[in-house]
Design a protein around this ligand. Structure first.
Ligand SMILES: Nc1ncnc2c1ncn2[C@@H]1O[C@H](COP(=O)(O)OP(=O)(O)OP(=O)(O)O)[C@@H](O)[C@H]1O
Length: 229
């Protein structure tokens, strides 16, 4: 696929420190338009730190480097973070003027047509995550950042959400950076899987058609320090 270099999402020499600890160490990362990238890494390796930096949500954390995203960025977290005093539709279109119709369409896309006037606490955890996805996608982001978005869901709901996310991404074509602990989730969803270690991208696997996912899985587990087979 020919890529217009001007449209790349580009992270360059990104460094983030907490006190004397360097969490991200001159990290470089490029994501092509519409590319789905999954990010693995041991607990504490800095995945959320990277995601927050890319979302512009890292406040006054020390560091330098640059993040370029040509366009809108949306973020989904492990918890849906809906406003409990706003109905579902109002949560989706919050801050967008005259977007009620688009909000309804988005809710329908995530399977929640008819629930527009429900309150968040009337929805299950999985349904609340669907609302969070609708809220993100109604803004037509160039980049969707997702930090363990299915981490709190049961296994069956998780699989359903994988199918939904795949469909939504095909329709809306945002680039995606998905942080996950789950190697199989990464392999199931991504075009490319990265492993973060010692503040850098330590390994990379492309899920090209025809590649044996058993080998990819083994390589990713090795990069994560999981051995013993
Ligand atoms: N506000 C903060 N102040 C000090 N240290 C922090 C802060 N936020 C994160 N850290 C530290 O930075 C390191 C990276 O944290 P981060 O949350 O990015 O890791 P992670 O890879 O997302 O971990 P997990 O998979 O467990 O969610 C951790 O050691 C964490 O303790």
């Amino acid at each position: 696929m020919a890529t217009d270099v001007g449209e790349l999402i580009r992270v360059q020499a990104l460094t983030r420190r907490y006190g004397s600890r360097t969490i991200l160490d001159r990290l470089d990362l490029e994501i092509a338009p519409g590319e789905f990238v999954a990010l693995l890494g041991q607990s504490g390796s800095g995945k959320s730190t990277l995601l927050r930096a890319m979302a512009g949500l890292d406040g006054d954390v020390a560091g330098d480097g640059s993040v370029e995203v040509p366009g809108q960025v949306s973020v989904v977290f492990q918890d849906a973070r809906l406003l409990p005093w706003q109905r579902v539709l109002d949560n989706v279109v919050l801050g967008l003027d005259g977007a009620a119709e688009r909000g309804r369409e988005s809710l329908s896309e995530v399977g929640l047509a008819g629930r527009e006037r429900a309150w968040p606490n009337e929805l299950s955890g999985g349904e609340q995550q669907r609302v969070a996805l609708a809220r993100s996608l109604v803004r037509e982001p160039r980049l969707l950042l997702a930090d363990e978005p299915f981490g709190a869901l049961d296994a069956l709901t998780r699989l359903k959400m994988h199918a939904l996310l795949r469909r939504l991404v095909e329709q809306h074509r945002p680039a995606v950076l998905l942080v996950t602990h789950d190697v199989d989730e990464a392999i199931a969803l991504a075009d490319r899987v990265l492993v973060l270690d010692h503040g850098r991208i330590a390994a990379e696997q492309r899920l090209d058609a025809g590649r044996d996912t058993t080998e990819i899985r083994a390589a990713l587990l090795r990069a994560l320090g999981v051995t013993g087979e």
